[in-house]
Design a protein around this ligand. Structure first.
Ligand SMILES: Cc1ncc(COP(=O)(O)O)c(C=O)c1O
Length: 426
C-alpha cells in the first residue's frame, strides 16, 4: 500500500531537525578559540612579521596541509577564487589563451579564467556531473593552454583520461578541489594530479574559517610564481630587491595573502578533517545502501566511489518533469533537498545561468579577453543551450546534503522518506 505523503496531509517521515550544511563550521569550538587567542595574545596578525618572534600559524597550516595532501608545497591564500587566478597565472595562462572549464561548477571556476585574461571554453559534464573527457578532446585547439577540472560535489573526475589528454596536447591542469577536500582518485589525493590544486575554506566547505584558500603544487617554480602573484609586496622574498633567479620568476601581482587569524582557525579545523570525512562518508553510505535499488531512482555514478568525500547524495529521476514534485514531497517529509536545473531558482553552478559569460560582459567596453588581438583562431561564442547533455543530466537530478552531524537515526529516516516518496510518485 502506498503511504500518504506529508505533502498531501500524511504523517511526516523525519521529524528530527535537519542540520545546515556547514560541516566544519558547526564544529568550531575550544580548539579554534585557543589558536585564535594565541594570535591575539602575541599581537602576531601578519604572517611575515610582528612585535614578537613567534611562529606563523599560516606557515604551520601550509606545512600540515601539504603533508596531509601528500604534496611537497602548499601556499595559503585568501580564497579559492584567488587560488585559481594565481594558479592559472603561475601556469602561464594569459592573453590569447583558451582554458577549458566544465559547465557544472561554481561560477568562480570560470570567472577566474577571465580574471587571468584568458577565454573560457565550456565543456559538457557526463552522468557523474564532472567534466566529460570525450567533450574535452572536441574543444581543444591550438589556442588551448589549460584545463580547469572540478571535482564537483565531492566526487573525483576521470583523472586518468584527463591527464592523458592533457599530456597529449601539452596542456596545464588546474584542479578545483573547493568541493572535494580530502577526496581521492584511485587512492591518491585530489589536487595532486594536476600542476596546481586549489581549495576553498569558505563557510559552506568541509573545513572553514569563513573565507580562505590554498594552492598545492609539486613544482618549485610554480610555487615561486604563485608566491610572486599572491604577494606583490614581495614579503615572501628574503630580499625583495634581489634579482630574479630565472626568467619568469618575477612580475607584478596582487595581494591574496592569508591572515594569521584565518590561519589559526584553519589549523584547528584541519585537525578535524579526518573525522568530518569519516562521518560524512559513513552517513552517505548508510543512506545509499538503503535507496540504491529503489525503482525509478539512479544514484549518480562515480569514477571512484571510494574517493567520494560524502558531502551529498545526488540521484536521477527518469524524467525532468518529475523533479520538482519529488523535491517538494521529500522536503515535506522532513528531508530538505532540491532539483538543480529548472528548479525555479537560478543556480550559479550551471553555465546556462552565467549571463556575464554568455553575453561576454566586461568591466570596460573593449571586450577583452574575447577581443584580445593575441587570440588566434575562431571567435569563442556561448549560448544557453550549447551543452545539452549537461542540462539534460542536471534537469533530472535531485541533490541533498549529508552533514556529518547526522545520526544513524537521521540517515535511516532520510532513506525511509526517499523510499516513501519514490513509491508514491515514480
Ligand atoms: C567549485 C568551486 N570553485 C571555486 C569556489 C570559490 O571559492 P571561494 O569562495 O573560496 O573563492 C567555490 C566556492 O563555492 C566552488 O564551489
Amino acid at each position: 500500500m502506498v503511504e500518504k505523503l506529508a505533502l498531501n496531509g500524511g504523517p511526516k517521515t523525519k521529524t528530527t531537525a535537519p542540520f545546515p550544511m556547514y560541516p566544519g563550521g558547526l564544529e568550531i569550538g575550544a580548539e579554534e578559540r585557543k589558536e585564535v587567542l594565541e594570535v591575539l595574545d602575541n599581537q602576531y596578525l601578519f604572517r611575515y612579521y610582528g612585535p614578537k618572534g613567534v611562529a606563523s600559524k599560516v606557515a604551520q597550516l601550509e606545512k600540515d596541509f601539504a603533508k596531509m595532501m601528500g604534496s611537497p608545497y602548499a601556499l595559503a591564500v585568501t580564497n579559492c577564487t584567488g587560488a585559481l587566478i594565481t594558479s592559472l597565472i603561475a601556469c602561464g595562462v594569459g592573453p590569447g589563451h583558451e582554458v577549458l572549464v566544465p559547465g557544472y561548477t561554481f561560477f568562480a571556476s570560470c570567472a577566474a579564467i577571465v580574471a587571468a585574461k584568458a577565454i573560457p571554453v565550456i565543456v559538457e559534464v557526463d552522468e557523474t556531473l564532472t567534466m566529460d573527457p570525450k567533450d574535452i578532446e572536441k574543444k581543444i585547439n591550438s589556442s588551448t593552454k589549460a584545463i580547469v577540472v572540478v571535482h564537483m560535489r565531492g566526487v573525483p573526475c576521470d583523472m586518468d583520461s584527463i591527464m592523458a589528454i592533457a599530456k597529449k596536447h601539452n596542456l596545464m591542469v588546474i584542479e578545483d578541489v573547493a568541493q572535494a577536500l580530502g577526496g581521492t582518485y584511485k587512492g591518491k589525493m585530489l589536487g595532486t594530479f594536476g600542476d596546481c590544486g586549489c581549495y576553498s575554506f569558505q563557510y559552506h566547505k568541509t573545513i572553514t574559517a569563513g573565507e580562505g584558500g590554498m594552492i598545492i603544487t609539486k613544482d618549485l617554480r610554480l610555487l615561486d610564481r604563485c608566491k610572486g602573484y599572491h604577494d606583490t609586496a614581495a614579503c615572501w622574498r628574503p630580499d625583495r630587491f634581489a634579482e630574479q633567479r630565472y626568467e619568469g620568476e618575477l612580475f607584478a601581482g596582487v595581494n591574496y595573502r592569508m591572515s594569521e587569524l584565518t590561519g589559526a582557525v584553519l589549523l584547528a579545523q584541519l585537525r578535524k578533517l579526518d573525522s568530518l570525512l569519516l562521518r560524512m562518508r559513513s552517513n552517505q553510505r548508510r543512506i545509499i545502501d538503503q535507496i540504491k535499488d529503489v525503482k525509478g531512482l539512479k544514484v549518480r555514478p562515480s569514477y571512484d566511489e571510494a574517493g567520494d568525500t560524502g558531502i551529498c547524495i545526488m540521484f536521477y529521476l527518469p524524467k525532468a518533469d518529475q523533479v520538482q514534485q519529488f523535491a517538494e514531497a521529500l522536503s515535506a517529509e522532513g528531508v530538505p533537498c532540491g532539483g538543480v536545473f529548472n528548479s525555479g531558482l537560478p543556480d550559479w553552478h550551471i553555465y546556462a545561468h552565467w549571463k556575464h559569460i554568455i553575453e561576454k560582459k566586461t568591466p570596460t567596453p573593449e571586450g577583452c579577453p574575447w577581443t584580445c588581438p593575441y587570440h588566434k583562431g575562431p571567435e569563442v561564442n556561448y549560448s544557453v543551450d550549447m551543452n545539452p547533455h549537461t542540462l539534460e543530466y542536471l534537469s533530472r537530478v535531485i541533490h541533498l546534503d549529508v552533514p556529518p552531524q547526522m545520526s544513524n537515526e537521521d540517515c535511516d529516516l532520510t532513506a525511509k522518506a526517499i523510499k516513501k516518496v519514490a513509491a508514491a510518485l515514480l
